[in-house]
Design a protein around this ligand. Structure first.
Ligand SMILES: Cc1cc2nc3c(=O)[nH]c(=O)nc-3n(C[C@H](O)[C@H](O)[C@H](O)COP(=O)(O)O)c2cc1C
Length: 284
C-alpha cells in the first residue's frame, strides 16, 4: 500500500473488508491514513467467503494447489509461464497479500493450511459509524442494494455509496444492481455520491447507469479481462474501448455532456404484439 501511494499517479482509494480482529482492521486503515489515501471504501456485501463452484471445477483455490490438471494447463500456456509465472519468480516471488499483517502474509501458491484472518461476519451500522469517525477522508460504503440501507449509510456518515451486487459473484439470486439503482438514487436525493457497479461491459452500460442517476461507475472484470489478455496495456485498452463506446453512445443519443444522460434516453415501447405484425402490409 505504501509503495502504491509512493509510485501511483492519480487519486488513491483504499478498500477494506473488516476482519473479526478489529484491531488488525484498524491498523490497516491507519496505514492507509498515513500513506495519504483519499477515500476509504468499506465493502459490506461479502460477510462470508463465497462458494464458487466454477473455481472448484477449474481447480482454482488460494493457496493454489498443484494438480496434474493445473500442470498440464500451465504447460499448454508457455507464453503465460514466461511472462507471468516466470516474471514473478524472477522478481518478487509468487504474489502474497502484501497488505496483510506479517503473520498472514503467505505466498498464494504451493502452500496449504495457512492461517488467514477471518472476515467479520457480524458487522453492524455502529461499526460503520465508528470507522467513519476514525477516517478523516471521504468515506464510501460499497454493496448497497436497498434505499433503506443507502439512507442508513448516509446517517452513519457516508459521503458516498456504491450500488453493487459484487458483480453477481456471491449471491446468485441477488437483484441486478441496475434494477436497484433508480429507487436508491431517488432516496439519496443528492445527499451522497452514488457510484454504481456490476455488469459494466460496454460504454452503453455506462450511459444507462448515468442516465438512471449514478454519479459515476466502477469497472471490475472489463479491465481484468484486459489485464489477462495483455497486462497493463490490455487494461488501458479496455478502458479506451469503454471511453470510446461511451462517446459514441452519447453522440448517437444527441448528448454532448454526461449531464444530458437522463432517463428519457430510454424508449418506452410496448412489446410488439402478434396482431400488430399481422396488420403490417405484406412484402410480396
Ligand atoms: C477478481 C475479483 C476480485 C474482487 N475483489 C474484491 C474485493 O477485494 N473487494 C471488493 O469490494 N470487491 C471485489 N470484487 C468485486 C468488484 O469490486 C466489483 O464490485 C465487481 O467486480 C463489479 O462487477 P463487474 O466485474 O461486472 O464490473 C472483486 C471482483 C473480481 C472480479
Amino acid at each position: 500500500m505504501e509503495k502504491i501511494a509512493e509510485q501511483a499517479r492519480g487519486r488513491l482509494w483504499f478498500q477494506l473488508y473488516m476482519w473479526q480482529d478489529e484491531a488488525l482492521s484498524y491498523q490497516l486503515v491507519q496505514r492507509a491514513k498515513d500513506a495519504g489515501f483519499e477515500a476509504l471504501v468499506v465493502t459490506v456485501d461479502a460477510a462470508l467467503g463465497n462458494n464458487r463452484e466454477y473455481n472448484q471445477r477449474n481447480g482454482f483455490s488460494i493457496p493454489f494447489k498443484v494438480s496434474a490438471r493445473s500442470i498440464i494447463d500451465m504447460l499448454r500456456h508457455p507464453r503465460w509461464m514466461v511472462s507471468v509465472l516466470g516474471r514473478y519468480l524472477a522478481t518478487s516471488g509468487m504474489p502474497r497479500h502484501e497488505n496483510y499483517p506479517a503473520r498472514y502474509q503467505h505466498r498464494i501458491a504451493f502452500g496449504s493450511g495457512q492461517a488467514k484472518p477471518v472476515r467479520q461476519s457480524g458487522m453492524t451500522w455502529a461499526d460503520i459509524g465508528r470507522l467513519r469517525e476514525f477516517w478523516p477522508g471521504k468515506f464510501i460504503v460499497k454493496g448497497i442494494l436497498r434505499p433503506e440501507d443507502a439512507l442508513l449509510a448516509i446517517e452513519h456518515g457516508a459521503d458516498g455509496i456504491v450500488v453493487s451486487n459484487h458483480g453477481g459473484r456471491n449471491l446468485d439470486s441477488s437483484v441486478a444492481s441496475i434494477d436497484a439503482l433508480p429507487d436508491i438514487v431517488a432516496a439519496v436525493a443528492g445527499r451522497a455520491t452514488v457510484l454504481f457497479d456490476s455488469g459494466i461491459r460496454r460504454g452503453s452500460d455506462i450511459a444507462k447507469a448515468l442516465a438512471l442517476g449514478a454519479d459515476s461507475v466502477l469497472v471490475g472484470r472489463a479491465t481484468l479481462y484486459g489485464v489477462a489478455a495483455g497486462g497493463q496495456r490490455g487494461a488501458e485498452h479496455a478502458l479506451k474501448i469503454l471511453r470510446s463506446e461511451l462517446r459514441k453512445t452519447m453522440a448517437y443519443l444527441g448528448c454532448t455532456d454526461v449531464s444530458e444522460l437522463t432517463p428519457d434516453i430510454f424508449a418506452k415501447t410496448a412489446p410488439v404484439r402478434r396482431e400488430t405484425i399481422e396488420t403490417l402490409p405484406s412484402q410480396e
